[in-house]
Write a protein that binds this ligand. Sequence first.
Ligand SMILES: C[S@@+](CC[C@H](N)C(=O)[O-])C[C@H]1O[C@@H](n2cnc3c(N)ncnc32)[C@H](O)[C@@H]1O
Length: 208
Amino acid sequence: MKPGNKPDPFTAKAHKEGFAARSVYKLEEIDRRVKLTRPGLRVLDLGAAPGSWTQYLATKVGPRGLVVALDLNPLRVAVPKHVRAAELDILACPLTAIAEHGPFDAVVSDMAPHTSGVREADAARSEELVERAMLIADATLTKGGTFIAKIFQGEGFEALRAALRERYETVKILKPDASRKESTEIYLAGLSRKHAPKLPDAPTGPVG
Ligand SMILES: C[S@@+](CC[C@H](N)C(=O)[O-])C[C@H]1O[C@@H](n2cnc3c(N)ncnc32)[C@H](O)[C@@H]1O
């Protein structure tokens, strides 16, 4: 911490409670507000490293559930047997490779690009990750299931929100208390998926 900066209460709390990151309190609030988790659920956790969401989800779904945790980087925490973790690039990985772990009752994405400081460019890369997460949910999320994705708000935000409205009965925008006020990040929640999971007819490889 830089001298003069205020200690962040969420970072201190995460450290004390043994979580890998302060992000866990964003998910905790989202869960409180949209009733995301319950024992026995199967959850896909995209952008899972260092692992605080995975830790939280693993506890909430319990050993009868499943958490599949995917990221470019390895998790930095020990996880129980009902967590399957893999290192992969969500943008380059075929949908079929992810779908073979499904179906899921919830798909959550906390993915974030490396930020450049150029707001429009960072938002565009975040939107690309959300779009990919949405297509993964199309292929793997059960009817009635829940989709959550972090997005840096930019020009493509409204189009993504509209795409989610086509797919989910209810779409909400959430800004948890643990999300820094100065950050453009918010969370899109798609509640109660309208359709059953389906892989696209044409083979879908890497995006772009
Ligand atoms: C804010 S961190 C996630 C924190 C995590 N939810 C936690 O609680 O520990 C964002 C993550 O998105 C991942 N990410 C970004 N682009 C990705 C991609 N193309 N494929 C997989 N993971 C990606 C990053 O590697 C990074 O670990």
